[in-house]
Design a protein around this ligand. Structure first.
Ligand code: DGJ
Length: 738
């Protein structure tokens, strides 16, 4: 998979269908990017580094060193010496200077993939992957940089990360350290990225790439509702089915920047890493810094192929734990049912009704601890409020278990309310700038997780609650962004480390939790979906997608999320109507159909909904059990996008052996005097005949079953019967007959 061609000084990294090539040039050993794309047979094309063009390489023409630096396709560019494009690494020396340049020193090609100290990362066995460690240095500063590349035999993925070590005699500061860069020639590219806000996360944006810098980023301390650590460049003509795409996704949950810069010579530099704003990491001699991982995907088979590459790769090489490949229990969460106004009697009345309809787990959300009767107090006081939970947690869980249901609980471990016993005892445990009143968001501060005593204290409280009863699920929430960055425990020249130290401590806490409670199902959440990223997915196999569970709003949110992440990771529930966020009323069955594309559950007061809706729940439960294996493990295809056509949405999942498939069709708006819609199916076997059954949104058979060839279904398509009314939906279920 990885070869070094000594004579040509070229590294060639091959995945099943792609090649990536790196070259070393000149006596100064600059490391340049040669090629990334469709798999090539030979290690050649080093001419793409253009070292024979004016101004040639510096050792032959030192007069134009600056011009060389500003045009060479650096594999990992460092700032300060004349490359005026965006750098990947910036430093400040003890003397206060910036500027460095990397030269190749040595390399190692090893089987398998080393873990990244303190960070989540994808993994693979020695049979599945191979890693190149490229060691470079700047001898003037004494800085050693290891560039890590891993290729996989089963996925068209290359993962990258960077480790910087101070091998010199004096300290220096890292003021920027990205994790990956591709310096290519620019073509007619579109940039695809994900954007939104609270309650409308990860909407897809596609726009033409132009000259200059275009980036998406977050410096909110989390990957964020607003932007997403993902960036793709797609050929202007790339569609779902055809065309080239280069994509990067960051395995990190804090500040990030993902960027494409089109330069004066029509080069494009695609880069991704920790956001440099307010980042400054001090490296004493002998110390090192590990930057997080970037996952890169290239395909020439369109966006569906990119999506399925990410899905398959994350399912196999990122998700972990007991539940990663399993059907998750259907849950009912009391947040939108009761908000803070509940006690154990109320919860049990919900649980009883839910159990009788086939729901498998009760989740007790925010409001069960301290004096938490509203969102203005008690975060940090993780002690059960026995006025609400009479007889304590174990008694409640026992009753829930007696109903045949599992029990889950909500925490927000990273936060502290100013009105809490914890804050009164330890005001300095909150992140704050000394002498300034802190910015409250949702009337809370963020705990300074860079302090071990804080992490230990909070973790001890959380784990005591978990040990006190048979808790089988945790929803780990995080409801505000970071601001006022200051730690009472860090010296002035290390305050710039706080953002990253916070993320490292968060990972350490979740690592402890999943190690100490290996059977626990962990669902991450951040005010909805502000931290839905591969970093968090390493610890929890599912993440709450958005606080907006309106069936129509969810179409865009789930389309954007599923562009990268497997459906098995998307927390999706049927919620109440009119929807609490947008006020829209949609049919109960359409809410069910949309939630079936995720982990599935309910978020409503089941004791208050209409008889008619309640009666639909056993049918939805049965549909979940019937189709979830397919949804969780199947290949995913986007057939129509409501965000593009503003009328209807359609996606399809196909089993790996292509013998079973489910198509989901949602008609958002009806169209006057229209006919049935023709849709072209995808991913089936051309040589297989399928039994095709149209189903109502309640899963009932509609019309006759017919048999049809996969080639016909994909090239000629099927008709989705006309549905009068808005927000209506249908399913099509296909099984192979020969
Ligand atoms: C935000 C979450 O996304 C909601 O589901 C709920 O848990 C609230 N926080 C509770 O405060």
């Amino acid at each position: 998979m990885i070869t070094y061609h000594e004579r040509e000084r070229i590294f060639k990294l091959d995945s099943p269908n792609t090649s990536y090539m790196i070259g070393i040039v000149d006596e100064e050993n600059f490391v340049g990017h040669i090629y990334y794309g469709k798999r090539l047979k030979e290690a050649e094309a080093s001419y793409l580094m253009r070292t024979q063009e004016k101004p040639f390489v510096p050792s032959r023409n030192n007069r134009e060193r600056g011009a060389f630096y500003d045009g060479f396709p650096f594999e990992y560019p460092v700032g300060g010496l004349g490359d005026y494009r965006e750098s990947c690494l910036d430093i400040r020396t003890a003397g206060g200077h910036a500027g460095a340049m990397l030269s190749y020193v040595s390399h190692e090609i090893m089987r398998g993939k080393p873990g990244l100290c303190g960070l989540p990362a994808t993994f693979g066995t020695e049979e599945e992957c191979e890693t190149l460690k490229l060691v470079c240095e700047d001898c003037y500063v004494g800085m050693r940089v290891e560039l890590l590349y891993t290729v996989f035999s089963d996925s068209d993925v290359i993962t990258r990360s960077v480790r910087v070590e101070n091998g010199g005699k004096e300290h220096f500061y890292l003021t920027k350290v990205y994790s990956a860069c591709i310096d290519m020639d620019s073509r007619d590219y579109d940039m695809i990225s994900l954007h939104g806000s609270w309650a409308r996360e990860r909407h897809i944006q596609r726009k033409p790439l132009g000259y200059g810098i275009q980036n998406v980023s977050s410096f909110r301390g989390e990957s964020s509702h607003q932007d997403h650590p993902f960036l793709a460049l797609a050929d202007r003509h790339t569609t779902q089915e055809h065309g080239e795409v280069y994509a990067m996704n960051f395995v990190y949950s804090g500040n990030f920047r993902a960027q494409a810069e089109v330069s004066q010579f029509d080069g494009v530099r695609l880069s991704m890493g920790i956001h440099p704003e307010n980042f400054c990491w001090k490296l004493e001699p002998g110390e090192s810094f590990q930057a997080p991982e970037v996952v890169m995907v290239y395909t020439d088979r369109g966006l569906d192929a990119m999506t399925n590459t990410f899905h398959g790769f994350y399912r196999k090489h990122l998700l972990r734990g007991k539940y990663k490949d399993k059907k998750r229990p259907i849950l009912i969460n009391n947040w939108e049912a009761t908000y803070f106004d509940f006690d154990s009697d109320k919860l049990l009345s919900i649980a009883k009704e839910a159990a009788s309809l086939g729901i498998e787990m009760l989740v007790m959300d925010d409001g069960w601890f301290g004096r938490r009767n509203f969102d203005d107090c008690a975060l940090g006081d993780w002690v059960v409020n026995e006025e609400k939970i009479k007889g304590g947690l174990a008694a409640l869980v026992e009753e829930v278990n007696k109903l045949g249901m599992k029990f889950g609980i909500w925490f927000e471990p990273e936060m502290i309310s100013p009105d809490s016993d914890l804050y009164r005892a330890h005001p300095d445990w909150a992140i704050a700038i000394p002498g300034r009143p802190g910015t409250q968001i949702r009337q809370q501060y963020v705990l300074d997780l860079s302090r071990k005593e804080v992490v230990d204290h909070i973790y001890a409280m959380v784990s005591a609650v978990l040990k006190s009863a048979n808790v089988e699920y945790v929803k780990w929430d995080m409801n505000r962004q970071l601001s006022d960055m200051g730690s009472a425990a860090l010296p002035p020249d290390r305050q710039g480390e706080l953002y990253h130290r916070y993320v490292l401590a968060l990972y350490e806490m979740q690592n402890r939790l999943t190690t100490d409670f290996p059977d626990l199902l962990l669902e991450n959440c951040s005010g909805g979906g502000a931290r839905f990223d591969p970093g968090m997915l390493y610890y929890s196999p599912q993440i709450w997608c958005s606080d907006d569970a309106d069936a129509i709003e969810r179409l865009k949110i789930q389309e954007g999320t599923a562009l990268i992440y497997p459906l098995s990771t998307m927390g999706a529930h049927v919620s109440d109507c009119p929807n609490h966020i947008v006020g829209r009323t949609t049919p109960f069955e359409t809410r069910g159909v949309v939630a079936l594309a995720g982990t599935f559950g309910y978020e409503l007061d089941i004791t208050k909904i209409s008889e008619e809706e309640r009666n639909q729940i056993p049918g939805q439960v049965a549909m979940y059990h019937k189709y979830n294996d397919l949804v969780r493990e199947g290949d995913y295809y986007r057939i129509a996008s409501y965000s593009q056509n503003h009328m209807f949405d359609c996606w399809q999942v196909v089993s790996g052996d292509k013998r079973e498939s489910l198509v989901t069709f949602v008609q958002v708006l009806t169209r006057a005097n229209y006919r049935s819609r023709r849709i072209l199916l995808k991913g089936l076997s051309e040589d297989t005949r399928y039994e095709v059954q149209i189903l109502s949104a309640r899963g009932e058979k509609e019309g006759d079953v017919w048999i049809c060839g996969g080639d016909t279904l994909m090239s000629a398509g099927v008709l989705v019967p006309d549905m009068p009314g808005d927000f209506r939906s249908k399913l099509i279920y296909l099984t192979a007959v020969d």
